[in-house]
Design a protein around this ligand. Sequence first.
Ligand code: NDP
Ligand code: 2IT
Length: 444
Amino acid sequence: MSQAQIILEKLEQKFSHEPEYIQAVSDFFSSIGDFYESQEKYQKANILERIAIPDRIISFQVPWLDDNGNIQVNMGYRVQFNNVLGPYKGGLRFHPSVNVSILKFLGFEQVFKNSLTTLPLGGGKGGADFDPKGKSESEIMRFCQSFMLRLWSDIGHNMDVPAGDIGVGRREIGYLYGMYKRLTRQHVGVITGKGLDWGGSRIRPEATGYGVVYFLENMLAANNDSIAGKRIIISGFGNVAWGAVKKADELGAKIIAISGPDGFVHDPHGIHAEKIEYLLELRATNNDIIRPLAQKYNLLYDPDRKPWNIPCDIAIPCATQNEITEEDARHLIKNGCQYIVEGANMPCSHKAVELIKNSDIRYAPGKASNAGGVAVSGLEMTQNSERYTWSTEGVDDKLRRIMNEIHDTCSHYGIQPNGSIDYADGANIASFIKVADVMCELGI
Ligand code: NDP
Ligand code: 2IT
């Protein structure tokens, strides 16, 4: 048995109740297993076992008062995974499904994603099993304040820098940061995704989605192709999907389907700027966003949240983990999809990835293609240290360069004997080498 298999078995036994974490680790190990076997230096330092286990998991109770005067309780967490490259860095997720397994998978992925960004960032993730849906503005504020009251002493601009993720956007970042500032009396870059007037970076809201499309452009160019006119399907109309839709539309692609909380809409002519703006408006005030869009513009509406059986050239899943199942992958392959570029973290199930990698589809793993968000978070940290705000063009240019470099790194390490590129292997091997080398240099 290889070292990777031995360690995976050990982890599977110890953490058998953490399926998402085991899935992420096992996908990663299958990419780097053979390489690890050839590296005595890493084996001597037991890097693989050490790299797969978080440095520390902080969990805490979050009590808060609802609008009826009742005291509610949620669980809050921060997983500080690995900080050899820089301060722990990664988002906070507020969603009822949040648990230790999900946050460990996200933290593990974040370590390698952050390594690919070329910036000095370690990896971490956190959140709470709190559901922001249906909560009033003041309930959200009270929850965020209580969450930060429990977490503040374990984070810091040189220690651990949280940001947003599912259910945590600009509004929540504001309440979290406001409480941190009140407790510490410090106005520092301890959290990213801030508003422009209180330390945020230009382009941060758009960064993940823009980065996904920049990565896609690189993949297309490597295949002597371009994005103009391509039929694209995008799932999960949230922060990431919005940025991807906006940039892809701007570059002349045809967004033929978008999914959201209440289903998906199909428009063979393409969902252009005006409709995207309307979706944004709806998202700010409504639970239903897709049906009203379809009604207003007389488009095809389906209450199913999965658009994957519509024929397309490119699929960009931007909702959540495991949203593309084996069956969805079969539909995409059968319908001639050529590219799958992950906006979400681990949106393709293990079986789906296996099928996709054995097909003609070119596949970009989230840790490479969605790294633009955390990259601009890193740039926000730099601007905070400088006490300066860069121009839109300046940040966008840096984001583009970073995504180009990530693409080139993945191509370099993922090149196959037949000349094709395995972006997942490339991303995993390149990021592993960087983190592992530094772990060796810093000792145990
Ligand atoms: P948002 O909360 O802004 O949007 C998430 C969207 O996904 C919502 O439309 C939500 O619908 C949908 N969604 C959530 N859970 C599910 C589910 N179980 N099934 C179907 N749809 C679901 O989150 P983000 O756009 O920030 O994040 C989306 C993905 O991108 C996540 O995987 C996140 O980890 C990843 N990501 C985010 C980055 C960022 O900077 N924000 C950076 C890199 C990756 P509903 O309202 O019904 O829950
Ligand atoms: O998954 C991710 O990369 C994020 N949610 C963004 C993390 C960050 O620190 O900006």
